[in-house]
Ligand binder design. Sequence first.
Ligand SMILES: Cc1cc2nc3c(=O)[nH]c(=O)nc-3n(C[C@H](O)[C@H](O)[C@H](O)COP(=O)(O)OP(=O)(O)OC[C@H]3O[C@@H](n4cnc5c(N)ncnc54)[C@H](O)[C@@H]3O)c2cc1C
Length: 391
Amino acid sequence: MVKLDFELNVEQKMIIKTASEIAQDFGPEYWREKDKNHQFPTEFWKALAEASFPGIVIPEKYGGSGLGMFEMVLAMETLTSEGCGLAGTWFLVLSSVFGGLSILKHGNEAQKEKYLPKLAKGMEFCMALTEPDAGTNTLNTKTMAVKEGDEYVINGQKIFISGADRAKGMLLVTRTTPIEKVPKRTLGLSLFLVDLPNPSIEAIPIEKHGVNYSKSCEVYISNLRVPEENLLGEKDKGWYLILDTLNPERISFSAAAYGLGLLSIKKAVEYARERNVFGVPIGRYQAIQFPLAEAKAKIEAARLITYKAAWLYDKGQPCGAEANMAKVAAVEAGTQAVYHAMQTFGGYGYAVEYDVERWWREINLIRLVPLTQQMATAYIGEHVLGLPKSY
Ligand SMILES: Cc1cc2nc3c(=O)[nH]c(=O)nc-3n(C[C@H](O)[C@H](O)[C@H](O)COP(=O)(O)OP(=O)(O)OC[C@H]3O[C@@H](n4cnc5c(N)ncnc54)[C@H](O)[C@@H]3O)c2cc1C
């Protein structure tokens, strides 16, 4: 079980205990199979829903547990570090962060009543932000929503949209005013809630390096008609609303990154104790032991700043600095841990059977999502250090 040095309340301890039990039921062997066969983990998602995990951050009034990001982090890090790998965080981000938190923060009462109870029960959800031509520069979004009567007609293209092949709801980021016509570049974007499947939306899975139990898709949107009541928050102010989703997203993936690091270290340490090549266990060699020890120290530091970011978020305080620093620190520490776990296993680290190669593919994704390490670092340079914007 994940050990913490400060006192948690009964609910928080219960979340860790339940997450730990689920992680035992869906350990590395399960994920090896799901990844190999490119299969959605139906049984796992059902178990999370039965344990009320998708509803952790959703208020009790809407069928959730009414807890916060801190509790979500406890669930994610436990699931991830105790055997589920990135999957322990991934599906909760899609449903609870992209769906639950966005709607909770910016939805009107009708939208909350429509979506939150379903999300709390495990409705699958996705967020369509990234576009092929815009990439990291969201302000270059080209997907356009044009008002026609009491509907919006939406056309455009998205890329890498995780879960779009099977989600029942989508948070879709569009332009509602062309960039040339807004007084400020950050204006003119809007968010829509779209029910799926919809014949005007085609999702084509992209063949990829890892996380093959979840598909990420090219999404083509052709004359999609959305009633105006599906607009989330204020028209043209979508950029500011997305910013609110980005911090919990970064906090979640930080938990995933150090969780993967802890999982890899545990497995590597077990192996390093037993593997005997020149008459002593390989764990005795400093070349094997020190990088793992160093990664462990960095992981524990990254974990604390992740907790701080989650705690600030739950208090409604600004947490951009902490969320970005957590992302950078956790991913670097996690990458070091998984890399050296692979080295510890020698040739076996390259074999699918030992799982570390899968975690290596997973940690490399967190270098890129939800935003790249470079962009999180640029945020720290500009907003924490006060240096000139680097781009
Ligand atoms: C498997 C997977 C799942 C994903 N799921 C989703 C999803 O569900 N929803 C969604 O909307 N998106 C999703 N994404 C998209 C993801 O968020 C983007 O891929 C990521 O933000 C980077 O954008 P890009 O790939 O266009 O890279 P680009 O923006 O083209 O960047 C390329 C490289 O240039 C660097 N770079 C660019 N600009 C700067 C700068 N100013 N300073 C320094 N370096 C810079 C980047 O850091 C990167 O290394 C997913 C991606 C993957 C791979």
